[in-house]
Design a protein around this ligand. Structure first.
Ligand SMILES: O=C(CO)[C@H](O)[C@H](O)COP(=O)(O)O
Length: 210
């Protein structure tokens, strides 16, 4: 099991500071959608250059032009790029084809997919690298989480790795780990803590024990 740090509410220099603090405890650093909107793919480039030993995920949440957008993120140094599960099959297949060409990986974010099990089964056959269930900020505000959805994709996904994101904190991590995803994605559960290092260290310890 691996741990991904999601950076959403920072600029490039703040992102570098946070990653420097917790780099030894994480496997993947995510440049979140708000950061890409604010800073562009320069943020991906800056973090990859500063922390070349970490895999960098560009959370583009691609909805169209999968091949082109994966190409641009790859050029910026992203190792993994996200595409939305609600997008057209051709968008996901285009993203996968380009990622293969570039030696990169595709994560499909299942946010707002209604038939999680059925769509996960379809997407798993497209050769994506990760399928991620995700309660976004708006869902979290309604008190939702993705634990049931994680169990649902675990039942049907045979090829891709499984991932879970959305509001995971130290208190809820043990329940997440029990469901045995390949990747746990944590944003505010680390970045919102006064002692980020301690939170990341504890999370890494539990994730690696699993
Ligand atoms: O993609 C995102 C929001 O769309 C976040 O990166 C993801 O939800 C993880 O952050 P947090 O743990 O703070 O919810």
């Amino acid at each position: 099991m691996e741990l991904q740090l999601a950076l959403d509410l920072v600029n490039i220099s703040e992102a570098k500071e946070v990653v420097a603090e917790v780099a030894e405890f994480i496997d993947i650093v995510e440049i979140g959608t708000p950061v890409v909107i604010n800073e562009g793919l320069h943020a991906v480039k800056a973090i990859k250059e500063a922390f070349p030993h970490l895999r960098v995920l560009a959370d583009l949440k691609i909805m169209d032009a999968g091949g082109y957008e994966v190409m641009k993120a790859s050029e910026a140094g992203a190792d993994i790029i996200t595409v939305l599960g609600v997008s057209d099959d051709s968008t996901i297949k285009g993203a996968v084809a380009e990622a293969l060409k570039q030696g990169k990986q595709v994560m499909v974010d299942m946010i707002n997919v209604k038939d999680i099990e059925g769509r996960a089964r379809e997407i798993d056959a497209f050769g994506v690298d990760y399928i991620c269930v995700h309660s976004g900020y708006d869902h979290q505000a309604e008190g939702k989480n993705s634990f049931e959805e994680l169990a649902a994709i675990k039942r049907v996904v045979k090829n891709a790795k499984t991932a879970v994101a959305g509001g995971i904190k130290l208190e809820t991590l043990p329940e997440v780990i029990q469901a045995n995803p390949d990747l746990v994605i944590v944003g505010g559960g680390i970045t919102g803590q006064s002692d980020k290092k301690a939170a990341a260290a504890q999370m890494q310890q539990w994730v690696k024990q699993a």
